[in-house]
Write a protein that binds this ligand. Structure first.
Ligand code: SF4
Length: 294
Protein backbone atom coordinates (compact mmCIF):
# COMPACT_ATOMS: atom_id res chain seq x y z
CA UNK A 1 0.00 0.00 0.00
CA UNK A 2 1.40 3.44 -0.91
CA UNK A 3 1.63 5.89 1.99
CA UNK A 4 -0.74 8.87 1.85
CA UNK A 5 0.90 11.90 0.21
CA UNK A 6 1.86 14.55 2.76
CA UNK A 7 0.02 17.88 2.72
CA UNK A 8 3.38 19.63 2.26
CA UNK A 9 6.34 19.14 -0.04
CA UNK A 10 8.74 16.73 1.60
CA UNK A 11 12.50 16.50 1.31
CA UNK A 12 12.38 13.32 -0.77
CA UNK A 13 10.34 15.19 -3.41
CA UNK A 14 13.01 17.88 -3.53
CA UNK A 15 15.84 15.31 -3.85
CA UNK A 16 13.90 13.57 -6.63
CA UNK A 17 14.26 16.72 -8.73
CA UNK A 18 18.06 16.35 -8.55
CA UNK A 19 18.73 12.60 -8.30
CA UNK A 20 16.94 9.70 -10.00
CA UNK A 21 16.90 7.14 -7.14
CA UNK A 22 16.39 6.95 -3.40
CA UNK A 23 19.16 8.86 -1.61
CA UNK A 24 20.63 8.53 1.88
CA UNK A 25 22.74 11.23 3.52
CA UNK A 26 26.03 10.00 4.96
CA UNK A 27 27.43 12.40 7.55
CA UNK A 28 31.13 13.17 7.29
CA UNK A 29 33.27 14.74 9.99
CA UNK A 30 36.18 16.35 8.15
CA UNK A 31 37.66 17.95 11.27
CA UNK A 32 36.25 21.44 10.78
CA UNK A 33 35.95 23.77 13.73
CA UNK A 34 33.47 26.56 14.31
CA UNK A 35 34.25 30.27 14.02
CA UNK A 36 31.86 30.91 16.88
CA UNK A 37 34.01 28.72 19.12
CA UNK A 38 37.57 29.28 17.97
CA UNK A 39 37.45 33.07 18.38
CA UNK A 40 37.54 34.04 14.71
CA UNK A 41 33.92 35.31 14.98
CA UNK A 42 32.93 34.54 18.54
CA UNK A 43 33.66 32.38 21.56
CA UNK A 44 31.57 29.91 23.53
CA UNK A 45 29.35 28.93 20.61
CA UNK A 46 25.59 29.22 20.21
CA UNK A 47 23.99 28.80 23.62
CA UNK A 48 22.17 25.57 22.67
CA UNK A 49 25.01 23.87 20.81
CA UNK A 50 26.90 20.75 21.60
CA UNK A 51 28.13 19.38 18.34
CA UNK A 52 28.39 15.79 19.57
CA UNK A 53 24.58 15.63 19.32
CA UNK A 54 24.73 15.47 15.54
CA UNK A 55 27.63 13.16 14.69
CA UNK A 56 26.62 9.56 14.03
CA UNK A 57 28.68 6.66 15.37
CA UNK A 58 30.27 5.74 12.01
CA UNK A 59 31.70 9.23 11.64
CA UNK A 60 35.21 9.61 13.14
CA UNK A 61 37.23 12.65 12.16
CA UNK A 62 40.51 10.73 12.56
CA UNK A 63 39.52 8.77 9.45
CA UNK A 64 39.70 10.15 5.93
CA UNK A 65 36.52 11.42 4.27
CA UNK A 66 36.57 8.43 1.90
CA UNK A 67 36.93 5.92 4.78
CA UNK A 68 34.06 7.49 6.72
CA UNK A 69 31.85 7.30 3.64
CA UNK A 70 32.77 3.64 3.02
CA UNK A 71 31.83 2.87 6.64
CA UNK A 72 28.56 4.76 6.24
CA UNK A 73 27.79 2.81 3.07
CA UNK A 74 28.43 -0.49 4.87
CA UNK A 75 26.10 0.62 7.69
CA UNK A 76 23.17 1.44 5.39
CA UNK A 77 24.00 -0.91 2.52
CA UNK A 78 23.16 -4.05 4.54
CA UNK A 79 19.54 -2.97 4.75
CA UNK A 80 19.20 -1.15 1.41
CA UNK A 81 21.63 -2.64 -1.13
CA UNK A 82 20.49 -0.42 -4.02
CA UNK A 83 20.71 2.85 -2.07
CA UNK A 84 22.68 5.81 -3.48
CA UNK A 85 24.30 8.37 -1.22
CA UNK A 86 24.99 12.04 -0.55
CA UNK A 87 28.11 13.03 1.40
CA UNK A 88 26.86 15.30 4.16
CA UNK A 89 29.52 17.68 5.46
CA UNK A 90 27.59 18.39 8.62
CA UNK A 91 29.68 18.77 11.76
CA UNK A 92 30.54 22.23 13.05
CA UNK A 93 30.96 24.75 10.17
CA UNK A 94 31.87 22.83 7.04
CA UNK A 95 33.43 25.71 5.15
CA UNK A 96 35.46 27.22 7.98
CA UNK A 97 39.20 27.15 8.55
CA UNK A 98 40.29 25.82 5.15
CA UNK A 99 40.96 27.59 1.88
CA UNK A 100 38.90 26.94 -1.22
CA UNK A 101 41.48 24.57 -2.75
CA UNK A 102 41.53 22.38 0.38
CA UNK A 103 37.73 22.29 0.60
CA UNK A 104 37.40 21.40 -3.07
CA UNK A 105 39.91 18.58 -2.56
CA UNK A 106 37.75 17.18 0.28
CA UNK A 107 34.62 17.38 -1.86
CA UNK A 108 36.39 15.65 -4.77
CA UNK A 109 37.58 12.92 -2.40
CA UNK A 110 33.97 12.36 -1.30
CA UNK A 111 32.77 12.17 -4.90
CA UNK A 112 35.50 9.67 -5.77
CA UNK A 113 33.78 7.08 -3.52
CA UNK A 114 31.52 4.83 -5.55
CA UNK A 115 27.83 5.34 -4.84
CA UNK A 116 28.27 8.98 -3.75
CA UNK A 117 26.20 11.04 -6.17
CA UNK A 118 26.27 14.47 -4.55
CA UNK A 119 27.32 16.65 -1.66
CA UNK A 120 25.47 18.57 1.02
CA UNK A 121 27.47 21.30 2.75
CA UNK A 122 26.17 22.59 6.06
CA UNK A 123 27.56 25.92 7.18
CA UNK A 124 26.92 29.38 8.60
CA UNK A 125 25.75 32.31 6.44
CA UNK A 126 28.93 34.24 7.24
CA UNK A 127 31.30 31.47 6.16
CA UNK A 128 30.74 31.34 2.42
CA UNK A 129 33.49 33.10 0.50
CA UNK A 130 32.53 34.02 -3.05
CA UNK A 131 35.63 32.16 -4.31
CA UNK A 132 34.17 28.90 -2.97
CA UNK A 133 30.73 29.58 -4.47
CA UNK A 134 32.41 30.25 -7.83
CA UNK A 135 34.36 26.97 -7.60
CA UNK A 136 31.57 24.60 -6.47
CA UNK A 137 29.77 24.36 -9.84
CA UNK A 138 32.96 22.82 -11.31
CA UNK A 139 32.46 19.67 -9.19
CA UNK A 140 31.28 16.69 -11.23
CA UNK A 141 28.09 16.25 -9.16
CA UNK A 142 25.23 18.18 -7.61
CA UNK A 143 25.90 20.30 -4.53
CA UNK A 144 23.32 21.48 -2.00
CA UNK A 145 24.09 24.06 0.67
CA UNK A 146 22.33 24.20 4.05
CA UNK A 147 22.63 27.34 6.15
CA UNK A 148 21.97 27.65 9.85
CA UNK A 149 19.74 30.73 9.99
CA UNK A 150 17.80 29.77 13.17
CA UNK A 151 15.62 32.94 13.26
CA UNK A 152 14.92 36.07 11.23
CA UNK A 153 15.02 38.19 14.41
CA UNK A 154 18.34 39.85 15.17
CA UNK A 155 17.32 40.28 18.83
CA UNK A 156 17.06 36.48 19.08
CA UNK A 157 20.28 35.88 17.14
CA UNK A 158 22.08 38.19 19.56
CA UNK A 159 20.58 36.47 22.56
CA UNK A 160 21.57 32.97 21.42
CA UNK A 161 25.10 34.18 20.57
CA UNK A 162 24.86 33.25 16.88
CA UNK A 163 27.28 36.08 16.04
CA UNK A 164 25.63 36.70 12.67
CA UNK A 165 22.59 38.67 11.56
CA UNK A 166 19.53 37.93 9.45
CA UNK A 167 20.82 40.23 6.70
CA UNK A 168 23.91 38.00 6.44
CA UNK A 169 21.57 35.03 5.87
CA UNK A 170 19.71 36.95 3.15
CA UNK A 171 23.03 37.88 1.51
CA UNK A 172 24.33 34.29 1.61
CA UNK A 173 21.09 32.84 0.19
CA UNK A 174 21.14 35.42 -2.61
CA UNK A 175 24.74 34.59 -3.56
CA UNK A 176 24.20 30.81 -3.38
CA UNK A 177 21.15 31.11 -5.59
CA UNK A 178 23.08 33.29 -8.05
CA UNK A 179 25.71 30.51 -8.23
CA UNK A 180 22.95 28.10 -9.30
CA UNK A 181 23.21 25.98 -6.14
CA UNK A 182 20.05 24.82 -4.31
CA UNK A 183 19.96 26.21 -0.78
CA UNK A 184 18.10 25.22 2.36
CA UNK A 185 17.72 26.94 5.72
CA UNK A 186 17.79 25.54 9.22
CA UNK A 187 15.47 27.21 11.75
CA UNK A 188 14.83 26.62 15.44
CA UNK A 189 11.36 27.01 16.94
CA UNK A 190 11.05 27.98 20.59
CA UNK A 191 14.19 30.08 21.04
CA UNK A 192 14.35 32.25 24.18
CA UNK A 193 12.09 35.30 24.02
CA UNK A 194 10.34 34.21 20.82
CA UNK A 195 6.56 34.16 20.64
CA UNK A 196 4.74 31.97 18.12
CA UNK A 197 4.06 35.16 16.12
CA UNK A 198 7.81 35.75 15.90
CA UNK A 199 8.37 32.18 14.68
CA UNK A 200 5.68 32.69 12.04
CA UNK A 201 7.28 36.03 11.06
CA UNK A 202 10.41 34.03 10.27
CA UNK A 203 8.36 31.77 7.99
CA UNK A 204 7.03 34.87 6.20
CA UNK A 205 10.62 36.13 5.88
CA UNK A 206 11.95 32.93 4.32
CA UNK A 207 9.03 32.84 1.87
CA UNK A 208 10.59 35.80 0.08
CA UNK A 209 13.96 34.07 -0.35
CA UNK A 210 15.02 31.80 -3.25
CA UNK A 211 15.36 28.69 -1.07
CA UNK A 212 14.44 25.09 -1.89
CA UNK A 213 14.23 23.48 1.55
CA UNK A 214 13.80 24.23 5.22
CA UNK A 215 14.61 22.15 8.26
CA UNK A 216 12.85 23.03 11.52
CA UNK A 217 13.99 21.94 14.94
CA UNK A 218 12.31 22.50 18.27
CA UNK A 219 14.69 23.93 20.86
CA UNK A 220 16.19 21.17 22.97
CA UNK A 221 18.08 21.96 26.14
CA UNK A 222 21.04 19.60 26.02
CA UNK A 223 23.49 18.66 28.76
CA UNK A 224 26.70 20.63 28.80
CA UNK A 225 25.41 23.57 26.74
CA UNK A 226 25.56 27.19 27.93
CA UNK A 227 21.74 27.40 27.96
CA UNK A 228 21.52 24.38 30.28
CA UNK A 229 23.38 26.31 33.00
CA UNK A 230 20.84 29.18 33.07
CA UNK A 231 17.60 28.07 31.43
CA UNK A 232 15.73 31.28 30.45
CA UNK A 233 12.19 31.61 31.79
CA UNK A 234 10.81 33.05 28.54
CA UNK A 235 10.98 29.86 26.47
CA UNK A 236 7.58 28.59 25.32
CA UNK A 237 7.08 25.20 26.88
CA UNK A 238 5.55 23.26 23.98
CA UNK A 239 3.93 19.87 24.28
CA UNK A 240 4.05 17.61 21.20
CA UNK A 241 0.42 18.64 20.52
CA UNK A 242 0.96 22.39 20.88
CA UNK A 243 4.15 22.15 18.83
CA UNK A 244 2.23 20.22 16.14
CA UNK A 245 -0.32 23.07 16.09
CA UNK A 246 2.50 25.56 15.48
CA UNK A 247 3.95 23.32 12.74
CA UNK A 248 0.53 23.09 11.07
CA UNK A 249 0.37 26.89 10.98
CA UNK A 250 3.90 26.94 9.56
CA UNK A 251 2.84 24.52 6.80
CA UNK A 252 -0.19 26.67 6.06
CA UNK A 253 2.00 29.77 5.66
CA UNK A 254 5.06 28.31 3.99
CA UNK A 255 5.49 28.80 0.25
CA UNK A 256 4.32 25.45 -1.14
CA UNK A 257 7.39 24.84 -3.30
CA UNK A 258 9.70 24.89 -0.26
CA UNK A 259 10.31 21.31 0.87
CA UNK A 260 10.23 20.58 4.60
CA UNK A 261 13.05 18.30 5.69
CA UNK A 262 11.86 17.82 9.30
CA UNK A 263 10.09 19.44 12.25
CA UNK A 264 11.92 17.91 15.21
CA UNK A 265 15.41 17.79 16.61
CA UNK A 266 16.41 14.27 17.62
CA UNK A 267 19.40 14.30 19.94
CA UNK A 268 20.41 11.13 21.81
CA UNK A 269 17.93 10.84 24.75
CA UNK A 270 20.72 10.74 27.34
CA UNK A 271 21.76 14.26 26.31
CA UNK A 272 18.33 15.86 26.48
CA UNK A 273 17.31 17.80 29.61
CA UNK A 274 14.09 19.14 28.09
CA UNK A 275 11.66 18.68 26.51
CA UNK A 276 11.78 14.90 26.95
CA UNK A 277 9.21 13.94 24.35
CA UNK A 278 10.81 10.71 23.15
CA UNK A 279 9.07 11.08 19.79
CA UNK A 280 10.55 10.59 16.34
CA UNK A 281 9.91 12.62 13.20
CA UNK A 282 7.81 9.90 11.59
CA UNK A 283 5.66 9.69 14.76
CA UNK A 284 5.27 13.46 14.85
CA UNK A 285 4.10 13.81 11.24
CA UNK A 286 0.57 12.43 11.95
CA UNK A 287 0.16 15.00 14.75
CA UNK A 288 0.87 17.82 12.28
CA UNK A 289 -1.53 16.32 9.74
CA UNK A 290 -4.26 16.09 12.42
CA UNK A 291 -3.59 19.68 13.50
CA UNK A 292 -3.81 20.81 9.87
CA UNK A 293 -7.15 19.03 9.48
CA UNK A 294 -8.47 20.88 12.56
S1 SF4 B 1 25.48 25.70 16.24
FE1 SF4 B 1 27.00 25.79 14.58
S2 SF4 B 1 27.70 27.91 14.62
FE2 SF4 B 1 26.73 27.55 16.60
S3 SF4 B 1 28.39 26.93 17.98
FE3 SF4 B 1 27.46 25.07 17.13
S4 SF4 B 1 28.72 24.55 15.35
FE4 SF4 B 1 29.13 26.71 15.87
Amino acid sequence: MNPQPLPWRDYAAFLATLFPGKMQKLAVNAGFTCPNRDGSIGRGGCIYCTNTSFSPAYCHQQQSVATQLEEGKRFFGKKYPSMRYLAYFQSYTSTHGSDTATLMQLYREALSVSGIDGIIISTRPDCLPQQLLDALPSLPAKVIIELGAESSHDTTLLRINRCHTWSQTVDAVTRINAAGIPVGLHLINGLPGETTDMMLDTVDAINSLPISTVKFHHLQILRGTPISRHIPDDIISFTPQSYATLCAEIVRRLRPDIAIDRFLAQSPPGMVISPRWDIKNYQFTPLVIKALAR
